[in-house]
Each structure stands twice: as C-alpha cells, then as structure tokens.
Design a binder for this molecule. Sequence first.
Ligand SMILES: Cc1cc2nc3c(=O)[nH]c(=O)nc-3n(C[C@H](O)[C@H](O)[C@H](O)COP(=O)(O)OP(=O)(O)OC[C@H]3O[C@@H](n4cnc5c(N)ncnc54)[C@H](O)[C@@H]3O)c2cc1C
Length: 289
Amino acid sequence: MYPSRFDYMAPASLDEALAILADRGDEAKVLAGGQSLVPLIKLRFASPGLVVDLNHIPGLSYIDESPDGLRVGALTRHNHLVDSEVLSARYPAMAAAAPLISDPLVRNRGTIGGSLAHADPAGDWGSVMLALGAQLVARSSTGERVIEIGEFFQGTFTTALEPTEIVTEVRVPAPPPRSGGTYLKLERKVGDFATVGVAVHVQLDDGVVGRAGIALTAVGPQNVEAESAEAALVGAEPRPAAFEEAARLAAAAADPSADLRGSAEYKRHVVEVFVKRGLAHAVGSARAA
Ligand SMILES: Cc1cc2nc3c(=O)[nH]c(=O)nc-3n(C[C@H](O)[C@H](O)[C@H](O)COP(=O)(O)OP(=O)(O)OC[C@H]3O[C@@H](n4cnc5c(N)ncnc54)[C@H](O)[C@@H]3O)c2cc1C
C-alpha cells in the first residue's frame, strides 16, 4: 500500500528539530530507525502530515558509563547495544535482551529511543527498562524533563511524551555490588516478537534481596511491571520458595490475550516458569559478582 502524502524534513541539529515540532508537532511524527513508523505509514495506520527525520542530527547515538550509571543516546541502534562490552560486563539484562530483538536487519536500523517511544507492549526494551528502573530524558524547544519509565508508558502505543518532545537519552542507574539480571524471551521462531518475555534484575543486600525488578513483555496492554512480585522479594532470602511465590504473583499480574502465539493460560504459565528461572539465574550471578 502507498502512504498518504506527507512533508519530509531532515533537520541537521536537535534545536532545529525541536523548533519544527514546536511549530507543527500536532501533525508530525519523528523518524528514528523507521522499523515501526514506516510500516505503520505504509499501511496507513499512521498518516502524519510531516515526518521529521532524526538521522541527520549528530550526538544522539552513544553508550556512556559513569559511576552514576549508563546513558544511552536515543538514536543508538539495537546492534550497537548488542556489541557493547559495557552492557556485557555490567548490565546483563540489557545484554541478554539486545540480541533477541528481531533480526540483524531490524537491529541495524531500529533504535532504543524509537522502541521505547513506540510503546509496543511486545517491545523488549520496555520490560528491561522497567526492571532496571530507568529514566528517559525528553527535550522540547522550551526545555528538558526527566521521566521515570513507569510514568512514561501510559497504555498500548501511548506514552507521556508531548507532540513537541523528542526522547534524547535513556538513563539506567548503576547496578550496585552483588547485582544480577537477565532477559528471557519465548519466540515462535528466531526474529519474532515475544510470545512472552520476562526481564529480571536483583540486588542482594546482607544475604537477602535488597531490590528486585521484574517486568513482563507481551502479556498486557503495555509492558507490565510485576510490582507485587518485586515487593514480595524485598527482604526475602533468595531461595526457591521465594522465587516460586514471586513467580506466582508475576503470573497473576500478567493479563495476556489469546492469539496465534498461544492461549492466555499458556502465556501466564510461561511467565511463571520464566520468572522462577530468571530469578535463579539473576541471584546466581549476583552471588558471584
Ligand atoms: C519485522 C520486525 C520485527 C521486530 N521484532 C521486534 C522484537 O522482537 N522486539 C522488539 O522489541 N521490537 C521489534 N521490532 C520493532 C523494532 O525494535 C523497532 O526498532 C522499534 O519498535 C522502533 O524503533 P525505531 O527506531 O525503528 O523507531 P521508528 O519506527 O522510527 O519510530 C517509532 C515511533 O517512535 C517515535 N519515535 C522514534 N524515536 C523517537 C524519539 N527519539 N523521540 C520521540 N519519539 C520517537 C516515532 O515518531 C514513531 O511514533 C520489530 C520490527 C520489525 C519491522
């Protein structure tokens, strides 16, 4: 199908892009990797009057680590994250998720900022960022604000972003000592969207769980943070009984729909299995850290 007509602008700076959005934000869509926006436009599910291409703006693709944590530029491609030694060394949930996103073609173009801004409940980064307690930086022509990831997601394909704003950076807190994490994804075949995905992050504190992050992909109207499961783990000894209880609570927090990938009951069961498995793995690596 051919898209409907739209204007195209390729600003050379962030300020220029923000000025364009200040003027025409209501009819505009920004273009990052185009891996979600272009199909939507071609299918006419989206018909923006203006496409603002971010790909000519320098300085939006980077992976910087400091004692405070990780700063990832919004235009960083999935494949740059796959290749990152910083992620493999200290951000295991991100390192586990990156190579599971689709296939090399999509990973070469798709960006972390575009994935989060798209807010697809089947997006893998959303769950990882919820489990890690990330923040997003959003810029407009009038300034900058920092949005907690849990407040950023507001529903299926819906975020807290204003039409005049661009996500410029993803911030992930530095993992404290004795932390571990992972991302588990069930897919029908390599490169598919998740049937179910589970992100887990655990920090041990004096032999008990100090902080737990658990979030679920493709089992609700948006990426789901399993808050009751997280709360049940805090202060608990990291043993199988605690993992089983957390897994049960996470499965109860899931709200999957039956589709070609499986029944709701099946998907809830996979959540339970993956949370147990993910916690055992995360705690094992936290103990070894
Ligand atoms: C065949 C296929 C398989 C896929 N499989 C997976 C998968 O398994 N797991 C997964 O997580 N994803 C998957 N994806 C989606 C992929 O990860 C995309 O990269 C992602 O959804 C969108 O990122 P993008 O950079 O391409 O954004 P675009 O398509 O350019 O934009 C998507 C949306 O976000 C907005 N946007 C983009 N960047 C910004 C920004 N910086 N600030 C504000 N708004 C912004 C755009 O206006 C648009 O509304 C798949 C895509 C395809 C085509």
